[in-house]
Ligand binder design. Sequence first.
Ligand code: AMP
Length: 538
Amino acid sequence: MQGLMMDYQLTLDAVLRRAETFFGSKEIVTRLPDRSIHRYTYTDMVRRTRQLALALADLGVQPGDRVATLAWNHHQHLEAYFGIPIMGAVLHTLNLRLPAEDLVYIVNHANDRVLLVDQVLLPLVERIRSNSHIEHVIVIGADGAAPEGMRSYEQFIEGYDADTFVQSALDEEQAAAMCYSSGTTGRPKGAVYSHRALVLHSFASAMADTLGVRERDTVLPVVPMFHVNAWGLPFTSTMVGAKQVMPGPFLDPASLLELYQQERVTITAGVPTIWLGLLQMLDKDPTAWDLSSLRVLLVGGQAAPKSMIQGFRDRHGLEVVHAWGMTETSPLGSVAVLSSEMDNLSVAEQDVFRATQGRPAAFVEIRARGEEGLLPWDGASMGELEVRGPWVAAHYYNNPDAEESFTEDGWFRTGDIVTINSAGYIQIQDRAKDVVKSGGEWISSVALENALMGHPAVAEAAVFAVPDPRWLERPMAVVVLREGASVEPEALREYLSGEFPRWWLPDRVEFIEAIPRTSTGKFQKSVLREQYGGASAS
Ligand code: AMP
């Protein structure tokens, strides 16, 4: 027997209509490139979004065409987030931190026809456009003065009457957006998000036991809108009607702290690097900002050191919530929210769970696979995490060579090496390619570097494998010291020996100025391996 419910398509135009109907007077705030603050409401946002959709259609953009953005977090980017998908086209967010040659590859692979770009990023466009099939460049922030052969965004949309926009019926399975993974191995690969995936992802993100985004929240995504849709927060916030605050290009701690205070931000989200910088600033001057509105700092993209989570809470009364996800998982996978069964644990015991990657969101299923098959959830067996769910990629865009990323029974192979405990909490031990294989045994570089970052003299630390004649690989650490601090390598090894067996301890510890990072802010261990790979362990 069939259910007798409506065949209602889960598409982004319904999210927009909801915002228009119920949250019209709520604010969206942007810090513009000249540092001034721009404010408008959802009513304005919906109107301009429809104007954009009409303008794109007039330009000849067809359903399914890719429209790229190369832009920071701001209200016009939010208009693109909805305006492109509601007219049936595909929003393709480009990572402005990638080298031009990667961008050319991505733009050509996706076959982007139109590009919306921030004026401040135009120098990058010059290096991409001539090698691509981009037909139209629309410049955001040019205020009527776009360079020759390009158009200003404001002029592009201004002549259109939003009331004439007629929403065509969209299929929930059609593509709404796409994003290329940062490609730490091989060429970048495209994840293509359907309307349905983004709508369900918004529901899941809003749940109290995941990110818990509500109408009364004020959300500031530090995570860029070009990095997995700013973790879906612009979609989720619009669905629930939260006030949105966009930091523009200013992601330094002082600019963020100022916005948190001024706009009474309740939820903010970003990678650990952002929070480590913020924590150092707060430690220097703990009373300079009123952060009483801040409810949650979401952290993900790289493992959050336990010491950082504790530092925010113990020294500044701020809660850090740790989440795991990937470009291929839209990105919400799991969130380290404590369950009621943990209420009786000591704070120190609870902190162990807070620093894990947490339990999966509803409908995200997980399992770990070792060389011999699926692994028990015993908190000790290490294997590759596999996931499936309604917002997890089933294929990469136009990339038959990448099918080995998917198992025969349709799960996505994440490339993350994990343990899963009996309560289903995931602990990422490494990327598959970063795990240190010493004498056939695995050493978690992530566990070592997070422990090192708990030492008072250490600002940041990365651990990676260097070749070893006897064990094939051994761990080595590079450490960035806190300003004015000093420590001997042996003291750091000693510090680690409280927590890890001796054979886990890095054979070599070097002090460096800065850890090389990828375009999405992760430690770039390939560079470290190359740099130190030839050197003998001492
Ligand atoms: P990306 O697709 O650029 O978002 O990168 C996804 C990868 O980032 C994952 O496969 C993990 O290796 C890593 N990652 C994301 N979140 C976390 C986290 N909370 N802890 C550790 N690694 C993470």
